[in-house]
Design a protein around this ligand. Structure first.
Ligand code: NOJ
Length: 551
């Protein structure tokens, strides 16, 4: 890439994103639930980290069946999170610190409590009836087909008032919106423009690959109408804006990615893909029965994505979010090597080509929860699948072990600000238990440690701003079959960055491939800095470093 095209590159390519799950971030009114004033109170923490934008999980009005991914008013804020005035203040206060706000757009479905759905379920003649997906019963009176909801049970719910079933792909509380209806689409575009007018910088689009579904053909993910709708949305909302959009898709593959984010498509800027996550799931029991981590397979997925979007499109880089386990527990070691492996994972992810996303608490190496009873879980998905898996013969202990490894509540335990009561998250009773390790793992302690996880993230984010090769350099994987080491080269205009990371908690021999040979300046390391890469080297447990190597 030439200097000219780098200068013209969009802001979100060199920025780092930070995801906030508001319910678990910081509570200022003692109700045990995080809120927008709490986010404002912690903005200096994020400014110090150096992030460029916040992806805010939903703060809209909602009955919270799925913690806000079930919206009952797209133009208001949930009272437990605050008010529109609080939101405006957040945008202004964040902007004063150089941070933009990206909202979550949840428009595959609304809440069953949305006024549209109230009208829709009352009468077939209401204009809003067609805003949702209805089907007549099967000849035996049962659901139109056997489609199962993501959170358990049938995806179809009977409504006697209209004598039809509606589709809730996730749950009955989340009826699917019918994107075929032009008035519905208009409502959504107007709402998006309304938020842009309030000063937001973009949208993360929840399960966006579902909106083009053809229910009768059994096509849900990446259905036949998807890209037409996204191009329509681009024309009506995004065209000409200096915004960022990231579409979540559990179905997107390297074969389809550029249909969303290729430069000529005029749809989205990036996708959140999950191929590397699903790689670790059981084919039958899914996330509830994790497969042992396989570094070679994991690298293959990420390397393939790097190759697929090398010259067009742009990767999002993440291991964690509010639906996934804590990355240090999943891919690193949350025991003796917690700090070191958290830094190793950060180094590997931030040095790839794409925009990195940090999930709240990741910057201090927060770990998974270790619940022992099902009543400690809060997540609608975990609770929905518990019954189904037990009926399948899985023991409660085995299910809970799976949920502790991969369940969504791991990421949702409160942010650990201090070692004090409730980790400084709330003065009240937290809506979900605080991780008992907050005495050791908390923002106050970690930030006070010059060798803490926060310091490492801060350094990575700062490096990104001064090393264009880190943002725009080509990506070349090496040692792809090595089961212990993740290594690659980034290169731009003669600058070569060698990235080496040991995924094992033991000394590991690594034969330096030709492409990484050289000596130079160590940009960042979680161990004794190295200056030379050559021959066979011994990597320390979870050691990771970046070397700028001379010719
Ligand atoms: C994906 C979101 O990330 C998840 O939290 C939510 O439950 C589903 N979409 C349904 O909105």
């Amino acid at each position: 890439m030439t200097q000219l095209s780098i200068d013209a590159s969009p802001w979100w390519q060199s920025a780092t994103g930070y995801q906030i799950y508001p319910r678990s971030f910081c509570d200022t009114n003692g109700d045990g639930i995080g809120d927008i004033p709490g986010i404002i109170a912690k903005l200096d923490h994020l400014r110090d980290l150096g992030i460029g934008f916040i992806w805010l999980s939903p703060v809209y009005r909602s009955p919270m069946a799925d913690n806000g991914y079930d919206i009952s008013d797209y133009r208001d804020i949930a009272p437990e999170f605050g008010t529109l005035a609080d939101f405006d203040r957040l945008v202004a206060e964040a902007s004063a610190r150089g941070i933009r706000i990206v909202m979550d757009l949840v428009v595959n479905h609304s809440s069953s409590d949305h006024a549209w759905f109230h009208a829709a379920r009352a009468s077939r003649d209401a204009p809003e009836h067609d805003y949702y997906v209805w089907r007549d019963p099967a000849p035996d009176g049962g659901p139109p087909n056997g489609h199962q909801a993501c959170f358990g049970g049938s995806a179809w719910t009977w409504v006697p008032e209209v004598g039809q079933y509606y589709l809730g792909h996730f749950s009955p509380h989340q009826p699917d919106l019918n994107w075929q209806n032009p008035s519905l689409r208009r409502e959504i575009y107007d709402m998006m423009n309304w938020w842009f007018d309030r000063g937001i910088a973009g949208f993360r689009m929840d399960v966006i690959s579902l909106i083009g579904k053809d229910v009768d053909a059994g096509l849900y993910e990446e259905g036949p109408y998807l890209h037409g709708f996204l191009q329509d949305m681009h024309r009506e909302v995004l065209e000409g804006r200096d915004s960022v959009t990231v579409g979540e898709s559990w179905a997107v593959s390297t074969d389809t990615a550029l249909l969303y984010c290729g430069r000529d498509r005029r749809e989205l800027d990036m996708v959140f893909q999950f191929n590397h996550v699903v790689e670790g799931w059981d084919p039958v029991h899914g996330k509830w029965k994790p497969r042992p981590f396989d570094l070679v397979a994991f690298k293959r997925v990420l390397n393939d994505w790097q190759a697929a979007l090398a010259n067009d499109g742009w990767n999002s880089l993440f291991l964690s979010n509010h639906d996934l386990p804590r990355q240090v527990s999943k891919y690193g070691d949350d025991g003796a090597y917690r700090v070191k492996s958290a830094k190793m994972l950060a180094t590997v992810m931030h040095l790839m080509k794409g925009t990195p996303f940090v999930y709240q608490g990741e910057e201090i190496g927060m770990t998974n929860a270790a619940f022992t009873r099902i009543d400690q879980f809060r997540d609608v998905e975990t609770l929905g699948h518990y019954a189904e898996e037990i009926a399948r013969g899985v023991s409660p202990e085995a299910f809970i072990a799976g949920a502790n490894a991969n369940g969504r509540d791991n990421a949702r335990t409160p942010m650990q600000w201090t070692g004090g009561t409730n980790a400084g998250f709330t003065d009240g009773t937290p809506w979900i238990e605080v991780n008992p390790n907050h005495g050791q793992v908390n923002v106050e302690a970690d930030r006070a440690d010059p060798n803490g996880v926060f310091a490492h993230y801060k350094e990575l984010i700062a490096l990104r701003k001064s090393w264009p090769a880190m943002v725009h350099g080509t990506y070349r994987p090496v040692a792809e079959e090595d089961g212990s080491v993740f290594a690659y080269l980034r290169e731009l205009n003669g600058v070569r960055l060698a990235v080496v990371a040991n995924f094992k908690g033991e000394d590991t021999q690594f034969d330096v491939p030709d492409a990484l040979r050289g000596s130079g300046r160590c940009l960042i390391s979680n161990d004794i800095p190295r200056e030379r890469l050559d021959g066979r080297i011994t990597l320390k447990p979870f050691e990771a470093f970046v070397l700028s190597i001379g010719g």
